[in-house]
Structures are given as C-alpha cells and as structure tokens.
Design a protein around this ligand. Structure first.
Ligand code: GH3
Ligand code: MG
Ligand code: MG
Ligand code: MG
Length: 312
C-alpha cells in the first residue's frame, strides 16, 4: 500500500483538531455550601463564558437540575450533613442524566475519600485550591464531551437518524416556526411495505440493511434543513420546512422510486423493497401531533390503496 505522507497526515490531524475540538462554553451548575467559594468558582466560570447556576443548598439541587439542565455539575463533597457523593449515586441511576458530567471539588486530599467519591459516580475529582486556568479548562473539556454524548444519545444507532423523541420535538419546533413566520411546511410518515416478509425470507440482518438503505437514501435525497427521524422499527418521520405539499410530493415520490430500484442481496438472489408515504401540511394543524396523526392516516390510506407511493 501507499506510504503515509507525514506532512499530509500532520495537516489532516491539525485540521481535525481545529475543526472538532472547539470547546466553546456550556452550562455549569456549581453546588457548594460555602457562599464565598460558590461565588468565587461561579465568577471564574462566568468570566470564561459559561452560563452558571449557583446552588448553595443540596435540598434544591434536583429541581434546579431539571430547570437549568446543565452540561456539568461542579460539586463540593461535604455540605453540612449532606454528602455530594449521595447525589452523584442517585443521578447515576437516572437515565435522564446519563450525559451529565459530575466533577467533585474538595479540599479533601485523602485518597480513600477521593476513591469513594469517584466510585459513587463522579467523573473527576479536583482538589481545592484549584487554579482558575485548570478549573476553566476542566469545565470546557467536559462540557464538550457532554455535548458529544448528548448528540450520540439522540441518534439511532442503526441508521444515525434522529431517535423518536428528538425527531418529534424537532417537528414540533418546525411547526412553531412555520406558523409564526407563515410559510408552508410538510410532515411525512414513511413505512416500508410488507417488511415482515423481508425478515421472514431473508432474515433480520438483511432486514436491518434495508432499513439502513432507506435511511441513507433519505439523508442523500433530502435537504440539510429537513428533519429525518427513525420513528419506530421500519417507520420514519420527515419534516420538510419551507416546502409546499406539491413539492413535498415530488420529493417523496422520487424517494419511493429510487428505493424501489435499489437491489438488495437476499438469501435467494437480489430483491427490492417499496415504501408508502403519508403527508400533511404542518402549518394547517393547531398542534404538531395533529399533523403527525393526519400524515399517519394518509399513510394508512396509501397502504390500503396499494402501497408504493405517496398520499396526502
Ligand atoms: P405493511 O406493508 O402493511 O407495512 O406490512 P409490514 O409487513 O411492513 O407490516 P408492519 O409495518 O406492521 O411490520 C413491521 C415489521 O418490521 C415487523 C418487525 O418484525 C419488523 N421490524 C421492526 N423493526 C425492525 C428492525 O429494527 N429490524 C428488522 N430487521 N425488522 C424490524
Ligand atoms: Mg463544604
Ligand atoms: Mg411496514
Ligand atoms: Mg410499520
């Protein structure tokens, strides 16, 4: 094989680093029962561009968390009769906070104490006093990682498309925008035709490849601004912002046609798969769920009318 060109590699690495490691700032919740320290750390972080929520009483942490939704929490360990490690352990059992980074900040240098704090679910342990520079960089790097994790968690692992709940909330956002700014948008529901037969004849693994195939087709055919989500097993949801029903139909009909032309390799030679699409004008409905329901009804009308095509 070709030898790797070191300057090119270095250039590539530098580009990668510059592009991907833009730490920026984020949201930090500082929890400390010492008001002076609380203020000091908060000011340092605010000086570094972070949005900060100060919490001095452990009793208010949970409500503050759901309201503020921080990327990381920076937490004292000993707070009166409350131990920060208890909170860390609790958060680690709650899937809602799986992406939240917990940094302990304590003057406790005893290694058993630190060991215990990390064992309870802390991601890191900084020892007081900590320099402004290290505190800021620790926060920057962890906010960045928290956002990376968040992004991953919102994507379906098979297709890389938005997962159900995020896709729905993106459709909801688009519903708000198109009503506010008064332009047409379309929501579409897609479902593969006779997909059970694909699984039965060719196996689940081949079925997965077909699902991936449609996901890739949608990603390549649709615009960058379109919302594409995996709504369920072999069901997809799409929102086309700033698009008339007529243009959406053209776009979706092209997707149907191209899908039907893809040749998949099955257990007994190649085969093809079709899909059905139901659409509704997003701005015509009071609530986004109503538009989704209308698109779903159109989808089932399409299924009844012979599949492989678009109905609105
Ligand atoms: P219809 O044309 O009416 O939609 O018929 P259908 O056979 O596609 O019926 P339905 O939509 O109810 O069936 C969905 C099937 O998709 C059932 C399930 O086994 C399969 N399925 C759901 N999720 C996955 C997945 O992630 N991978 C694979 N391989 N199959 C899946
Ligand atoms: Mg304390
Ligand atoms: Mg189906
Ligand atoms: Mg289905």
């Amino acid at each position: 094989s070709e030898p790797v060109d070191v300057p090119v590699l270095a250039d590539y690495m530098e580009r990668l680093i510059n592009e991907k490691m833009e730490f920026g700032s984020g949201r930090v919740m500082v929890i400390d029962d010492d008001p002076e320290l609380l203020e000091r750390y908060s000011l340092i972080l605010e000086g570094g561009g972070f949005e900060v929520r100060r919490v001095s009483s452990p009793a208010t942490v949970l409500s503050a968390l759901s309201e503020f939704r921080p990327d990381i929490i920076l937490m004292d360990v000993q707070m009166g009769n409350f131990n920060g490690t208890t909170l860390a352990r609790m958060l680690r059992f709650d899937p809602e906070w799986v992406g939240l980074h917990i940094i302990f900040l304590s003057s406790e240098e005893d290694s058993e104490f630190q060991f215990d704090a990390l064992s309870q679910g802390g991601d890191d342990f900084l020892t007081k006093p900590v320099s402004d520079r290290i505190l800021l960089q620790a926060a920057r790097v962890r906010c960045y990682r928290a956002r990376q994790l968040d992004k991953l968690a919102s994507r379906d692992s098979l297709t890389g498309l938005l997962k159900h709940s995020l896709a729905k909330s993106e459709v909801g956002k688009e519903h708000g925008r198109c009503q506010r700014l008064d332009y047409p948008s379309v929501v579409a529901m897609l479902d593969l035709d006779h997909f059970k037969q694909v699984n039965d004849r060719h196996g689940h693994r081949v079925g997965d490849l077909v699902i991936k195939g449609l996901a890739n087709l949608l990603r390549h055919r649709l615009r960058k601004t379109d919302v594409i989500g995996r709504y369920g097993g072999e069901e997809f949801i799409v929102a086309l912002p700033n698009c008339t029903l007529e243009n959406a139909r053209r776009s979706m009909e092209a997707v149907c046609e191209q899908m039907s032309k893809i040749e998949f390799s099955g257990s007994d030679g190649t085969f093809s798969v079709t899909l059905s699409v139901g659409m509704a004008p997003l701005e015509d409905y009071e609530k986004p769920e109503d538009a989704i329901e209308a698109a779903d009804r159109a989808l089932y009308a399409r299924k009844a009318a012979g599949r492989n095509g678009v109905t609105s």
